[in-house]
Design a protein around this ligand. Structure first.
Ligand code: F3S
Length: 754
């Protein structure tokens, strides 16, 4: 227990604490008295209060203390702006920021990167300086994709991480519980607020047999996605176990965990094993491997532990799969794929094959694809379809360049893109087909929703292993099955691909390539964070004002929203996303999608000051500027959808004080509380009908309010008539403190000063 092993070679002085996990588990074991899954060991090992925390899978809300936070550049902007507004000197846990989402693929790696650095300069400058100031590791554009960098540098068996990207579970390949979250959760953990998670159910996937031939780790998750469908993992951790695990490389396990996001799983996870040790050693982290071996008993499931659901897969008979189009759970084994293409009239010509991305760009993946490319080249072939390669990191790129794989790809017509998300997140300036033209592409990525890659709703995108993508680009046709079909070489002779061979790890070790990491200085206090006051993409946040201790009197109803009001109605995405670091600008989208119950229109509400009608954000700002607080009235499940924190920041920024609804979606409700808003529930849901957009609302008795109590609300109608109703809330003691302080961050800042 006295060992001191650093969590990462890049963060000296921050140590792995397996002993704390063990101590927590001793407490939990004595209370639960049953064998534990591996997922439970990590999750309960990170409880804030193992003695008193209620623990029931699928029921209790756990308060957890993750070990680290990771943010990608798109979501990091608001998270860091918020963190800054709290005025804390450093993040409470080690944090890293990764510039990968804002780089568009046009012509190839180097030029695309140079252009992105130019276009996004102010965002990158902001992130770089803010990271330096607050002790955050900063990965510059070109360093690679967040999940690959995490696997190479930060993922540790048994630890817990949250990341502001849905494929954060990739780190489960190294036995880490790694969950994708919204910016609000990231800010909490950075500011030392416990992270709340509903105690996950655990789905056990038992792997038997041994993987071989054309079958790859990707096929495990393609198969599991077919079984569980896109919703099947919701609220659960997928825990792989069984003898088949040993035949998977560490990076292969990461691929499986990565794509678990496609079935809605909280995360996915493999128990610590030898293959992980090999990867840790290859990435210069032998000390972590040895330390994990000492704590092996906590890094695997207990014998006879119980899973909420069980799935069994025999790797020896598992066929390669291709999933899609338009959804990742439409799974077809390769032997049936050609006939499905015909039957469904999917465009048979393969326009583009794309390999790499955060899902599938390991050394092993690349070496197998290079093997296939070399074989095709030896028969005089070039790719018939366009073929792109996205290395997951600078380290992977430099290593596969040194070892000749890039040459192999380029020889057959492949184009190596920047070490970034690129076409995977729609950053693809595709020129070969017109918008609306039906066509097919095959990728080794994870997600294939309509329009994701190229914004063309008619593009049929399929996801599969890099092996199949690479083989298929030589046929240029979806109906080609490399396991059974032949191709004609340039000499006119037919040949069949041999089974792809690759290497788990580079024999000569990894080549780190260019140094793309900016370590934070020891003391960042003097660093100036670069935000131009004239920027339209970034704006510093001011802390929200604390509560003045008074009741909220005669606040106009800004809008009474009718029916569904999701976070997309409250804070639309799409073109607005470029303002996600600029609260004032993005607030111009506040509630513009919500339907006004009074007139059935979107974005047209009464301004009670002068009787005029106008856009919701305009009317809200006019109240705010006149010092008049306002409230929103909503229907059932208000704020369902994403965890987007802007949906709670915007109403607070524009002067809102409360949202009164029939019911709330839980995450949005919590986000409102964090920003110092009051989410209130009609005690009697029928009271929704008593209110209209011409009314004023008083919220009474706040001074004597105690969490758990109801509150009195007085409605003042246009004609001066008044009626009283009751509202209730789920505000607890700590959250009441957030309201009083003005926001959760204000409270953390005040506590830090004490
Ligand atoms: Fe990026 Fe696509 Fe992965 S967007 S993080 S490469 S899923």
């Amino acid at each position: 227990g006295s060992q001191k092993v650093a969590m990462s070679n890049l963060e000296k002085g921050k140590y792995i604490n397996y002993q704390k996990m063990e101590d927590n588990l001793n407490v939990v074991r004595s209370r639960l008295n049953r064998p534990l899954t591996y997922a439970e060991k990590i999750v309960y090992g990170h409880l804030d209060n193992p003695h008193e925390q209620e623990i029931e899978r699928g029921v209790s809300y756990l308060k957890l203390r993750p070990d680290r936070v990771a943010c990608q550049d798109a979501t990091a902007q608001m998270a860091i702006l918020q963190f800054m507004s709290a005025g804390l000197p450093q993040t409470a846990v080690p944090t890293s920021v990764h510039c990968d989402h804002l780089i568009q693929a046009q012509v190839g790696g180097e030029k695309d990167l140079a252009r992105a650095i130019d276009i996004n300069k102010e965002v990158y400058d902001f992130l770089a300086t803010a990271c330096a100031k607050y002790g955050i590791g900063f990965w510059k554009p070109g360093s690679g994709i967040i999940h690959q960098i995490i696997l190479e540098n930060y993922a540790v068996p048994g630890l817990m991480m949250i990341g502001t990207d849905s494929h954060t579970p990739n780190a489960g390949g190294l036995g880490m519980v790694a969950c994708g979250v919204g910016g609000a959760d990231a800010v909490d953990v950075m500011a030392n607020i416990p992270w709340e998670l509903k105690a996950p159910k655990v789905i056990g996937v038992y792997l038997d047999g041994k993987m071989g031939g054309w079958t790859t780790p990707k096929d495990v998750i393609l198969k599991v996605a077919g079984i569980l469908t896109v919703k099947g993992g919701t609220g659960a951790i997928i825990e792989y176990h069984g003898p088949g695990v040993e035949s998977l490389s560490c990076t292969g396990m990461a691929t499986i965990c990565n794509m678990g996001a496609e079935i809605g799983a909280t995360t996915s996870l493999f128990p610590f094993n030898k293959r992980m040790s090999s990867y840790l050693e290859a990435t210069n982290r032998s000390a972590i491997a040895r330390y994990a071996e000492d704590f092996q008993h906590n890094l695997q499931p207990d014998k006879d532990c119980e899973y909420d659901q069980r799935i069994e897969i025999d790797l020896s008979t598992l066929e390669p799969h291709i999933n899609g189009p338009f959804t990742p759970d439409l799974a077809t084994p390769i032997s049936k794929f050609a006939s499905e293409v015909k039957k469904n009239s999917w465009p048979s010509e393969l326009k583009v094959g794309l390999i790499g991305s955060c899902t599938n760009s390991s050394y092993e993946d690349m070496s197998r694809s290079a093997h296939i490319a070399n074989e095709a080249a030896s028969h005089g072939l070039k790719a018939k379809s366009q073929f792109t390669i996205t290395p997951g990191s600078e380290q992977v790129r430099a290593t596969i360049e040194r070892d000749g794989f890039i040459e192999s790809f380029e020889k057959i017509g492949g184009v190596v893109l920047a070490n970034a998300c690129g076409p995977c997140i729609g950053q693809w300036d595709r020129k070969d087909v017109k918008k609306g033209e039906a066509n097919s592409i095959v990728t080794s990525y994870n997600r294939n929703f309509t329009g994701r890659n190229d914004a063309n709703p008619a593009t049929h995108a399929f996801v599969t292993s890099p092996d199949l993508v690479t083989a298929m680009v030589f046929a240029g046709d979806l109906s080609f099955n490399p396991l059974t079909d032949s191709l004609k070489g340039s000499d006119g002779k037919e040949f069949k691909f041999s089974e792809p061979k690759g290497y788990e790890l580079p024999a000569k070790g990894y080549d780190p390539g260019q140094n793309t990491f900016q370590a934070p200085p020891k003391d960042g206090a003097s660093v100036n964070v670069a935000v131009s006051p004239s920027s339209d993409r970034l704006q510093l946040l001011k802390p929200f004002k604390p509560w003045d201790g008074k009741d909220i009197i005669e606040a106009p109803v800004l809008i009474k929203a009718k029916g569904k009001c999701t976070t997309d109605h409250i804070s639309a995405g799409g073109p607005w996303l470029k303002y996600r670091g600029h609260l004032e600008n993005i607030s111009q989208n506040m509630l513009i999608g919500a339907i006004n119950a009074d007139n059935g229109e979107a974005n047209n509400v009464l301004n009670q000051q002068d009787g005029s009608f106008g856009p919701v954000p305009t009317v809200a700002a006019s109240y705010r500027d006149a010092g008049i607080p306002w409230v929103v009235v909503g229907d059932e499940n208000y704020g369902e959808g994403s965890s987007r924190e802007h949906a709670a920041l915007e109403p607070r920024f524009l002067g809102g004080r409360a949202v009164i609804c029939r019911s709330f979606a839980r995450i949005h409700e919590t986000n409102l509380k964090k920003q110092g808003m009051l989410p209130l529930w009609f005690k009697n849901p029928a009271d929704y009908d008593k209110i209209s957009g011409t009314d004023k609302i008083s919220i009474l008795g706040l001074n004597s309010f105690k969490p758990g109590q109801d509150l009195d609300v007085e409605i003042t109608h246009k004609d001066g008539g008044k009626e009283k109703i009751k509202v209730t809330s789920s505000i607890n003691e700590g959250q009441w403190g957030w309201f009083k302080a003005g926001s959760a961050l204000n409270m953390m800042a005040a506590n830090a000063k004490k």
